[in-house]
Design a protein around this ligand. Structure first.
Ligand SMILES: [Zn+2]
Length: 165
């Protein structure tokens, strides 16, 4: 299982900061814990649609043109969330920055390796990391919901205009 590898303790992180000791509000703990346990709102967890079993590899993100599985890693690379990543730049300061220690230009084309992502998900002993991650996930969840609602409205609009034609 890929996400077990992503969320396991990284050997480079000797004393990683535990998110449970850094977060105090229920909704913050909830969103981070669920994300790490793989029970969240992303499509990769949507096992059955209209009673048809969908393999994980086919649970694709419909909010970008990458045709990639909407898994835990994808929300960190999906262009749909560019504005949120820009807002939460400090979350990525440990993994990518340019020569000027400025990461707002590079995160859009950032490609996580499994090891990068695992290291990232260990929090870098940074006390502010987990709270930032909680806010980041909550913001993504909200934007995704609105985006999917807009898509659904668009689809029903185009199908009704097809009906008329
Ligand atoms: Zn996407």
């Amino acid at each position: 299982m890929k996400y077990i590898r992503w969320f396991s303790v990284h050997p480079d992180v000797a004393k990683h900061t535990k998110f449970t000791s850094m977060l105090h509000r229920f909704d913050h703990i909830n969103v981070v814990a669920k994300f790490r346990m793989g029970c969240h709102w992303l499509k990769c967890e949507e096992r059955v649609v209209d009673r048809i079993k969908i393999p994980r590899s086919q649970r694709l993100c419909t909010l970008c043109d990458f045709h990639k599985c909407e898994d835990e890693m994808h929300i960190f690379e999906c262009p749909f969330y560019n504005d949120i990543r820009l807002k939460f730049q400090q979350l990525f300061k440990h993994i990518c920055c340019d020569n000027y220690q400025n990461n707002n230009m590079t995160i859009w084309s950032w490609n996580f390796s499994d090891d990068n992502f695992r290291q990232f998900m260990n929090g870098y002993q940074d006390p502010s990391f987990w709270l930032d991650l909680a806010f980041f996930l909550i913001a993504c969840r909200k934007k995704r919901k609105a985006g999917l609602r807009a898509l659904a409205a668009q689809n029903s609009l185009s199908s009704s205009s097809l009906d008329e034609a």
